[in-house]
Design a protein around this ligand. Structure first.
Ligand SMILES: Cc1ncc(COP(=O)(O)O)c(C=O)c1O
Length: 428
């Protein structure tokens, strides 16, 4: 798109016409309004559960057919052999997160992977035992790190550091994290932060934070639940020890989908690392020799425990093909424009009646817009739902909406702003 943004439906329609990614929308089932089949909803919760790719039905049917017709032989002779099913996912996954293919594996679910990664990278000592998280970290991360601290015999009360935004601010400043690590990183064993905050949509400066954390001698992990498939990532170059993400949000892998995991190259093949091991992490060359000792394969696969759950991986395989075709660069360009347009329409129609708390700067935002709508937020969210506009409410006053470039349109964004205006006006 060229030319300045205008906050109008005409502009939105023209932008949709000109959108080079527009055919991807037809690759998805957009849930219908009120679960009826005659009108698509304005589905803005790809940050929560991505829409189902149309290719999934046939792909699952194929696996069922292989099971029906080949039984155990499908492990090697299936159309997508089950034995190595996770392997072709590695390269497209690596392209999404900016990694080497061997640094990426899809396995388990997000919180499980966080634990597996912490077993290897959180090695507390009396001098260095703290874990740094955000105060508003997703609860599962908080529970995971607190339980790791306790597991190692330390006290979460004193070993868990929760960084808070400054008084009166909603967003934790990158500079404040950097400053903390520079001045107080000496007793920090692990920094575990999200690439994108789930509540306010803020994108953290992962490059700068990883750099200073490493200089301070801390292990570094990123929870990329809200970042993978949303924003461009360069994990290999940034150099964290690990990163974990789920695949049911921007990656459209389906409910509870198999999660992704990155382990930096410098740790691969290190047989001395503590880890919770399983046979699927053993070098495939010797896996079926059923040897006494565990020989980790020299890739992120070494953290796999079990053989891959095929039906859980299939939707992700289909979705990753779409990402490869669309490319992250093109998706990011459209995503930024969708966000810019959303702000323009919200400004125009609602002025200071709502406030977008997601930072405005390009490098500090992804698809999600977190909108403060005041003390009637729950009711406003319900009204939007009744209009067929699917958003997400976080108590007490935030509505989250995430126009995603694979299947949302500029007209969706316009419809959201218009619906929000109607919902807010209804109570005036
Ligand atoms: C930031 C973040 N971390 C962790 C989780 C937990 O994910 P899972 O249930 O897949 O372990 C979620 C789930 O939405 C999340 O958003």
């Amino acid at each position: 798109m060229s030319g300045g943004i205008e906050p109008t439906l005409d502009w939105a329609r023209a932008a949709d016409e000109a959108d080079e990614l527009r055919s991807f929308r037809e690759q998805f089932h957009i849930p219908p309004r009120a679960h009826r089949d005659d009108h698509r909803s304005i589905y803005l919760v790809g940050n929560s559960l991505g829409c189902m790719p149309r290719g999934v039905d046939a792909a699952i049917a194929q696996e069922l057919d292989d099971w029906r017709m080949l039984g155990v032989d499908a492990h090697l002779d299936g159309r997508h052999p089950w034995y190595s099913y996770h392997e072709p996912l590695r390269a497209p996954g690596a392209r999404l997160v900016g990694a080497l293919p061997r640094e990426v594996v899809f396995m388990n679910s997000l919180t499980v992977n966080l634990h597996l990664m912490m077993v290897s990278s959180y090695r507390p000592t009396a001098q260095r035992h703290k874990i740094v998280i955000e105060d508003s970290a997703f609860p599962s991360d908080r529970y995971a790190v607190a339980s790791q601290i306790a597991f190692h015999g330390f006290d979460p009360e004193s070993s868990l550091v929760r960084l808070r935004p400054r008084e009166g601010e909603r967003v934790l400043r990158d500079a404040d994290i950097v400053e903390f690590l520079r001045t107080q990183g000496g007793d920090v064993a692990l920094v575990l932060l999200p690439g994108v905050n789930y509540l306010n949509g803020q994108v953290f400066d992962m490059a700068a934070i990883t750099k200073v954390a490493r200089e301070a001698g801390c292990a570094t992990g990123w929870d990329l639940a809200h970042a993978a498939g949303n924003i461009p990532l360069k994990l290999h170059d940034w150099g964290p020890d690990f990163a974990c993400w789920c695949s049911y949000k921007y990656l459209n892998g389906g409910p509870g989908a198999i999660a992704g995991c990155f382990v930096h190259e410098r740790h691969l093949g290190d047989a001395g690392l503590p880890r919770f091991a399983g046979w699927w992490g053993n070098d495939p060359e010797t896996r079926f020799e059923m040897r006494e000792e565990f020989v980790p394969v020299a890739s992120a696969d070494a953290w796999q425990l079990s053989n891959p759950p095929i039906f859980s991986m299939t939707p992700l395989r289909v979705s990753l093909e779409l990402f490869d075709r669309a490319t992250m660069d093109a998706l990011r360009a459209k995503s930024l424009l969708l966000g810019e347009f959303a702000r323009a329409v919200l400004d125009d129609r609602l002025g200071d009646r709502v406030e977008v708390i997601t930072p405005r700067e390009v490098e500090r935002r992804g698809c999600q817009l977190s909108v403060l709508v005041g003390n009637r937020a729950r009711e406003v969210h319900g009204s939007l739902g009744a209009m067929g506009i699917v958003t997400d409410f976080r108590a007490p006053d935030v509505i989250r909406a995430a126009p995603v470039p694979l299947y949302n349109t500029f007209a969706d964004v316009y419809g959201f702003a218009e619906g929000l205006e109607r919902a807010l006006s209804a109570g005036d």
